[in-house]
Design a protein. Sequence first.
Length: 97
Amino acid sequence: MSTGAGLPTLYVCHGDEGGPKVHPCRRVQEAMKAKGIAYDKVIAAHGSPIPFLRKGSRDELQQATGGKKLPALKLPDGTVITHSRAILRWVDRQPAA
């Protein structure tokens, strides 16, 4: 997604939209798109979900969201929502675009 002021930022893993349909990062993105919610996307992790096999660190993610878990959604007011179920609940509460 293109960068825009006032948009929520969704932090996802490298699996992104091409991951398995059950993957939390993909499910959140599909729900946001289905609802018509515009957002900025940051691919915040590359490699394995197993910490010692990951490429690089998640320090930038922790700086931005306060944690190292994906997916994470940072709202324009600075509120951070972590865990896919919590993000999906937030999406459900938003009006359709």
